[in-house]
Design a binder for this molecule. Structure first.
Ligand SMILES: *Cc1c(COP(=O)(O)O)cnc(C)c1O
Length: 452
């Protein structure tokens, strides 16, 4: 184990890590996985309480996803998607279209590249329709959309962004409806509508130069699982319609059941023609329909890197024509990789055959009850939950609270990484009530520890 850690430190540049800190706090050397559990090279087991950076849905080494990939390996592992096509990518595109109400799936390899694709498509759409000045982007304060240079431009996490500011194209951040920021006595819905007014004020002045508003629906993950009222999305949809600006739903983290519906946008009341988020009654379709949806993370159940951007027929049509340059010429070597698509199809099969959205509803109620004692702990503030995400802020922590909590939890057999003073739990959907009880006990030990 020690040998592997030393070699890792010497040869691997770990992500989101000050490498010097790995001397005092070595990474876990993982040998294998089993459902929601990670097993290290010494045979110790850790509950993967954050689904390996939010990607894992149905556990490690899931037999059904394994079988799909193995079957595909015997057919074709990869073929380029320019000038060729294959059944897995066609079937996945058809099924994602049926599920999202959008279509024309364009594939990348990770979340950041999905953001890049959506931003480029949006600006290119306006250019193709004779409105090339519409090329600026709006995002929410504390929003996160990835860290490649274009995606980082619309991300608003100073720790990740400030160093690279000179490389980035400016974008505008509007107030976040994060319900923790509501005035005392103000409801989350009233606060969300107040924040939407600020979005409107910006659009009223800058719509002619704005291409799109990109947003993480319902939960701002990297901000520390900031949760907000769905009415904000309804208003955002109405305002984007009114001012002729695209709405990009970044469902990279919240998609595939995380917030309790297959996609988070489904929880926003549908817009009404009269505006002010008053819709709902008699509406045909659940939720709002964005102009672009970005998907990744859970799409392959945490198996293989894959992302997809889907859009409307109208937007697609603006690229369709005789002129090559009118087309979307973005290219990426592994676009639509068959192995990744087969993993994604297996994930969709599991959602259907196991009625995962329905069974997760009971599970999330049950898990919330299991966490009652944690929620009531005197150091816990703003305990919050949506679907299969739980989060709370911890008062009175040391400056390096996140690191201390992480290590204390490891000693309890739990793999968890707080964001600042926010602890969040985002377990694989195959986690059982007993696993969750163990997790609750571990969280209480950490919260009660004088050094955390
Ligand atoms: C993780 C994430 C991304 C970036 O995805 P990567 O695969 O890490 O590049 C973008 N947006 C959101 C909301 C995310 O959570």
């Amino acid at each position: 184990m020690d040998d592997l850690l030393n070699r890792s430190r010497a040869a691997v540049w770990h992500p989101c890590t000050q490498m010097k800190q790995l001397e005092a706090a070595p990474p876990l050397a993982i040998a294998r996985g089993e459902g929601p559990w990670l097993v290290d090279t010494d045979g110790r087991r850790y509950l993967d309480a954050i689904s390996s950076w939010w990607v894992n849905l149905f556990g490690h080494c899931n037999p059904r996803i394994n079988a799909a990939i193995i079957d595909q390996l015997g057919k074709i592992e990869h073929v380029m998607l320019a000038g060729a096509t294959h059944a897995p990518v066609v079937e996945l595109s058809e099924r994602l279209a049926a599920l999202t109400g959008l279509g024309h799936a364009f594939y990348g390899s990770d979340g950041s590249s999905a953001t890049e694709i959506a931003l480029k498509m949006s600006a290119h759409y306006w250019r193709n329709t004779g409105l090339a000045d519409k090329n600026e982007f709006i995002s929410l304060r504390n929003g996160y959309h990835g860290e490649t240079v274009g995606a980082l431009s619309v991300t608003d996490i100073p720790l990740f962004k400030s160093t690279y500011a000179p490389l980035l194209r400016p974008s505008v951040q509007v107030p976040t409806p994060d319900a923790r920021l509501a005035e005392p006595g103000e409801s989350a819905a009233a606060f969300a509508l107040r924040c939407a007014d600020a979005l409107e004020a910006h659009l009223a002045e800058h719509a002619t130069t704005t291409a799109a508003f990109i947003v993480e629906p319902l939960v701002q993950g990297a901000a520390g699982m900031a949760m907000y009222h769905p009415i904000y999305l309804t208003r955002a949809r109405e305002l984007c319609n009114q001012y002729g600006v695209h709405l990009i739903a970044d469902e990279i983290a919240v998609g595939f059941g995380r917030t309790g519906t297959l996609f988070a946008c489904e929880q926003a009341p549908p817009p009404s023609p009269s505006g002010r988020g008053a819709g709902g009654e008699g509406a045909q379709q659940a939720g709002i329909r964005p102009d672009f949806i970005c998907l990744s993370k859970g799409i392959t159940g945490g198996y293989l890197p894959l992302s997809a951007v889907l859009t409307t027929d109208d937007i697609y049509a603006a690229f369709y024509g005789d002129a090559t340059a009118r087309g979307f010429l973005h290219s990426h070597s592994y676009t639509g990789n068959p192995l990744a698509c087969r993993a994604a199809l297996a994930v969709l099969d599991i959602f259907e055959s196991d009625q995962v959205i329905v069974s997760n509803r009971d599970k999330s109620d049950q898990f919330t009850k299991i966490l009652d004692e944690v929620a009531a702990h005197p150091r816990v503030r703003h305990f919050r939950q949506r679907g299969m995400i739980w989060a709370f802020d911890v008062a009175g922590g040391a400056p390096d609270f996140a690191v201390r909590f992480h290590h204390m939890a490891l000693a309890q057999g739990v793999f968890i990484r707080p964001v600042g003073n926010t602890v969040y739990v985002m377990p694989p959907y195959v986690t059982r009530a007993d696993d969750m009880r163990g997790l609750a006990r571990a969280l209480l030990v950490c919260l009660n520890h004088p050094e955390v």
